[in-house]
Design a binder for this molecule. Structure first.
Ligand code: FDA
Length: 302
């Protein structure tokens, strides 16, 4: 009850918060406004042993020209990653490359990106947005998979449909990120109890690794990381079948270094771009709980 009140209060005050406050919120998690700043962070992460994935902030492009501009920016990124010899792939949001405008527009842009990814020996992750886009995003992935192998979807553990999605997608071609899911969804669509979501999360990762797929285990939840790490060891799952993933800036109490020492791949998701303000405000409104993370983490080191 108390937390519901706090959440509603935060949603109400977000539009009135000073830019400096939002910048403080964004500063920890956003790698800067330009590709140059973001590539510098990726280089630093690589030097510490981490892989990275770059995301240009933004979503819901409103017209084809904007969607094409975003596609071009991502295409350029593949070039920079190659020329700087970075260990880094790319994550895109379907609505950023045109899914809100027309499925065909987004698919064409995705294919353009995948062609460049193939030419530069790289990979593309299709982030998963909220439930109105789930079917279309999976469809885009499956169509892309006909011509390209260097592409993978995201499945959200909180969705009721996700076990069925994993069941139908699993196999050697599947390289999937599993996350809990960040958007507010209704109970008819998604689980809303943390322990149910965690149980489903673990089941999904086990299903992928018991099958033929590759799992991107994207979570900061140490209980989940520890449980899966234990299961991976017990079941002698080879480290080339999975990786751990976190959002850049989230403190992990030394656990990432331990994972690296075990020889596991750990990837940090690095967002950047001019739209940091809009992105941060939207994230805060969608899920005010994030603000409590920020307050908790403001006093912890990276
Ligand atoms: P949980 O929310 O239980 O958090 C566990 C602990 O981690 C918290 O107690 C808190 O201390 C800390 N924490 C979590 N998030 C934090 C944050 N942002 N800042 C500071 N501390 C934080 N979602 C989606 O719907 N579509 C997608 O495509 C993606 N992609 C994605 C990629 C990667 C690499 C990650 C790590 C996450 C995503 N997500 C996502 C977001 C994901 O769905 C989820 O909402 C958040 O990761 C938070 O869930 P956790 O699994 O970390 O658990």
């Amino acid at each position: 009850m108390f937390y519901q009140f706090i959440n509603r209060f935060i949603i109400y005050i977000v539009p009135y918060l000073p830019v400096s406050f939002i910048r403080m919120f964004a500063g920890r998690y956003v790698a800067g406004e330009t590709a140059r700043q973001a590539l510098k962070i990726v280089r630093e992460l690589n030097n510490k042993g981490y892989s990275a994935t770059l995301d240009i902030l933004g979503e819901h492009s409103e017209n084809k020209v904007d969607a094409l501009d975003v596609t071009q920016e991502y295409t350029d990124l593949y070039g920079y990653i190659l020329s700087h010899n970075l260990n880094c792939n790319i994550s895109i949001k379907p609505t950023h490359i045109g899914l809100d405008i027309e499925e065909e527009c987004a698919q064409n842009n995705l294919n353009t990106l995948l062609k460049t990814a193939r030419e530069t020996n790289n990979f593309l992750r299709i982030d998963m947005e909220n439930s109105p886009y789930t079917d279309a995003s999976i469809k885009m992935y499956l169509e892309a998979l006909i011509h390209y192998q260097n592409v993978g979807p995201v499945i959200q553990a909180y969705l009721h449909r996700s076990p069925d999605d994993i069941c139908s997608l699993n196999g050697e071609k599947l390289n999937v990120r599993i996350c809990k899911g960040i958007y507010k969804e209704s109970e008819t669509i998604a689980l809303n109890n943390k322990s149910d979501i965690n149980d489903q999360y673990v089941d999904l990762v086990k299903a992928i690794l018991n099958g033929g797929g590759y799992a991107g285990i994207a979570t900061h939840d140490l209980t989940l990381i520890n449980a899966l790490d234990e299961w991976i060891i017990e079941n002698q799952i080879s480290p080339d079948r999975f990786e751990f993933q976190i959002l850049y800036g989230v403190p992990m109490a030394g656990r990432l270094e331990e994972l690296l020492e075990k020889g596991y791949k750990v990837r940090q998701y690095v967002p950047y771009g001019e739209e940091w303000f809009e992105y941060s405000v939207r994230r805060l409104k969608e899920n005010p709980v994030i603000i409590t993370y920020v307050f908790k983490n403001m006093f912890k080191s990276r």
